[in-house]
Design a binder for this molecule. Sequence first.
Ligand SMILES: Cc1cc2nc3c(=O)[nH]c(=O)nc-3n(C[C@H](O)[C@H](O)[C@H](O)COP(=O)(O)OP(=O)(O)OC[C@H]3O[C@@H](n4cnc5c(N)ncnc54)[C@H](O)[C@@H]3O)c2cc1C
Length: 477
Amino acid sequence: MEKSALIAGLEALLGKDRVLTDEQVILDCSKDYIGFRVYERFDGRFDVPRAACVVKPKNTNEVSAALRFLNEYKVDTVPRTGGSSVTLGLEPQEGGVILDGSDMNEIIGLNEYDMMVTVRCGTPLAYLENYLNERGYTTGHQPQSLPMAQVGGLVATRSIGQFSTLYGGIEDLLMGLEAVLPCGEVVRIKNNPRRSVGPDLRHLFIGSEGMLGFITEATLKIFKYKPEDRWMNAYAIRHMKDGLALFREIMVEGYRPAVMRLHDEVEVETLFEGVAPDEYNLLLFVAEGPKPVADATGAFIDEAIRKYDYVDLGKKPVESWLVTRNDTCDDMDRPKYYKMRAVADTCEISAPWSVIGEIHSAVRERMPEELDNLVTVGGHSSHSYVQGTNIYFTFGYFLGMKGGEYARPDYMHVVKIIMEETLKRGGSIAHHHGSGKYRTQWMPEEHGSSYTLLYKLKEALDPNGIMNKGVLLVERE
Ligand SMILES: Cc1cc2nc3c(=O)[nH]c(=O)nc-3n(C[C@H](O)[C@H](O)[C@H](O)COP(=O)(O)OP(=O)(O)OC[C@H]3O[C@@H](n4cnc5c(N)ncnc54)[C@H](O)[C@@H]3O)c2cc1C
């Protein structure tokens, strides 16, 4: 469809003020925070396909009208809310449309008896959390991107928060939702504590990364918020494998601290300088809930760690982490590293306990062998389960000698090592950031024989293939 006809058609449906065509607005809405893109922007190399416009619906009816039109004319459509994507998930196709729900920003209802809150997709998580905290509640969902992310994007990426070991990921918190299918049809999944009525349809949208529809509304669980009753403590532990064994024991014995972080000795040097003795790894714990439960969890941890080579660091490191943990969102263009011509970023995977330590070691051994410009590679475990945990690799590489054109190839080399070492051992290649458009090539191996189900879902719900091309599915000829 001609760009002018596309814009005129959308303006006729939603009004001129809802269809934005300014080039800078389009670029800002296509912005993604994956490390190499941040570097490219800093280096003046940012060149992504240009959408024809950004459409900002005010309500579900407008989302539906826009999608019906875009589907009829087979226009590529990228849903967007908070814009904190780190996976290229927001980058459009040339001439496509960005459907931005950030003006659909409203807390529709707080149900204190049934303990849930219903919001529109563009509600900022930070606003929602403040609103709830003031009333003595929390969603229990605290991703590092809390100052940026909005509820639609959190559901669409299968997000997880820093307190997940107690509260779970967004999949454990979402009660029900409203979404608009690519054909414009509005569907609603009601809010219930559990149901046995067939496959759980919420999961068609949780983690769908905008490829099956547009999420317009979500209902999340809420919990009592009593930070004054927390137990917290930090320890240094000599061996990473001991830290992982301790985490396993805590989970297997039935304890659920909200926060359980194990940073390897590399990250202690790069992120927590001076907090733990040299060569030691750092453990941070927060237990919350009813005070006797939090204290019992703390007492177990304090006893269980005694069999290892460890140092008790008291609660100060946890208190300061709680204050600074989301500071990175204040300066997302990271001039600190980038002025030194280095790219720094993270990449997260998960695996069962039996192999997670091996993956961590294998990645740390292989990366310096293959990248002669590597500055650092470390990692931490921050989301644990009875059966295993995640590793969030942090890495940095220097581009000074090579030049900015290597930002992406070197980045993808780093990611390839992490993906291969994870897949080789049966782990999962994305713990919570999603596939976006940069991990898609590894999705066939990740999903194995079940991958065909994703294509079938796509064909059924989005037969014209208009929704967020390039995420999750390898394009077929
Ligand atoms: C500094 C930083 C820290 C981060 N920390 C975490 C973390 O701790 N945990 C975590 O899980 N993630 C984290 N992320 C990643 C990111 O914040 C999450 O993926 C978040 O859930 C995205 O929400 P958003 O509203 O910003 O979505 P967007 O960036 O707007 O979109 C993300 C994806 O969701 C799709 N989408 C957006 N809105 C909708 C909708 N209404 N309907 C359908 N699809 C939609 C988009 O097409 C895109 O594919 C971090 C990112 C940054 C930059």
